[in-house]
Design a protein around this ligand. Structure first.
Ligand code: SF4
Length: 329
């Protein structure tokens, strides 16, 4: 990036491969022959994500309509099975896990997955789980397809479609998908200490805004790395990066990152510009304007008074502005 560029000029990948439960795209594959179309996924995210759909229950040959499946806990809750209420009842747990294995093996380029909430196959957070006599044990289980995906790829950005209605969760998921894509498509194929250091330089303020503790760990990790340890260091770096980005930001933590960025402009701004920027950062901190407002001003000023280090920060533009994800932050 040259000094005349800003992070807002960053060209983003065309469409990023992301897995999705087929019923969210309007496919009539649910047990009752219906779909569960997600307007946000279909109408908005599909412009940015190359959706690869999967219906694990159809993939194991259950057909539609079909008898429902339930999660059933046994062995004191240590074992959870997906049982189809057929006559006799049928355990489809292994089949659902095998579909997850096939999806991950066949589509190694996936950068995230959007799943249907409450499903005993696809649900991630709040799936009803029963005891062996049919009594409801709790409603915080995980569908067995989703569980296997996360067991195999614990860092993969995975979210439920219903939770994407929350602007913070939505922003956080998209952010992690873009970071995952850049890591696997730009950094890993050309892994070197220099490239890893440059990658970290771009993500620093974003990580600072999300998780200051991780921000402080990464510098020493890279500083102590020897050439032979590079693969292990990169693996640890990426685990910490994804952990940090999954941590929600607050107005306070974003303000902290904005103020750090402001430091790179201080000597170049005239008194009016300085005052205007400080006012917008304060208004953001107090909750009267969204994050996009001080960020737009910051980007404008960095275009006018470029600084190589500040201009490259992912914090300025981690994904396309058109997604409007920082209008509610
Ligand atoms: S929730 Fe999952 S298993 Fe159920 S219909 Fe949708 S894609 Fe298929």
């Amino acid at each position: 990036m040259t000094s005349s560029q800003t992070a807002s000029d960053t060209s983003f990948p065309d469409r990023i491969p992301v897995g999705i439960s087929a019923c969210l795209l309007g496919e009539k594959v649910r047990y009752d022959g219906a779909h569960k179309r997600s307007d946000y996924c279909q109408d908005v995210l599909s412009r940015y994500f190359d959706f690869r759909q999967a219906c694990p229950e159809m993939a194991i040959g259950l057909g539609t309509p079909r008898p429902t499946i339930r999660l059933v806990a046994s062995d004191g809750g240590r074992q959870v099975s997906a049982i189809q209420s057929a006559e006799p009842p049928r355990d489809v747990s292994a089949g659902l896990a095998a579909v997850a294995d096939d999806v991950l093996q066949g589509q190694a380029d996936l950068c995230g997955f959007i799943l249907t909430e409450k499903s005993p196959s696809c649900g991630v957070f709040r799936v009803k789980t029963y005891d062996e006599r049919g009594g409801l044990l709790h409603a915080k289980g995980r569908g067995l397809f989703a569980a296997r995906l996360l067991e195999r790829q614990p860092l993969l950005p995975v979210e439920e479609a219903g939770r994407l209605n929350d602007p913070h969760l939505r922003e956080n998921f998209v952010l992690r998908v873009y970071a995952w894509h850049e890591w696997h498509n730009s950094l890993l194929p050309a892994l070197s200490m220099a490239n890893l250091t440059a990658f970290w330089a771009r993500y620093k303020f974003l990580v600072l805004a999300h998780n200051e503790a991780v921000y402080r760990q990464i510098g020493p990790l890279l500083g102590s790395a020897s050439r032979s340890a590079l693969p292990a260091v990169a693996e640890q770096f990426f685990a910490w990066l994804m952990e940090a980005l999954a941590t929600p930001t607050t107005r306070g933590s974003n303000t902290n990152a904005l103020q750090h960025l402001q430091g790179y402009l201080k000597k170049r701004l005239d008194a009016v510009e300085k005052k205007s920027l400080q006012l917008l950062i304060r208004q953001y901190k107090e909750g009267s304007v969204p994050l996009i407002v001080p960020l737009s001003m910051m980007r404008h000023l960095l275009a006018r008074y470029p600084d190589d280090y500040a201009n490259q920060q992912k914090f300025l533009a981690p994904y396309p502005d058109e997604l409007g994800l920082r209008n509610h932050h």
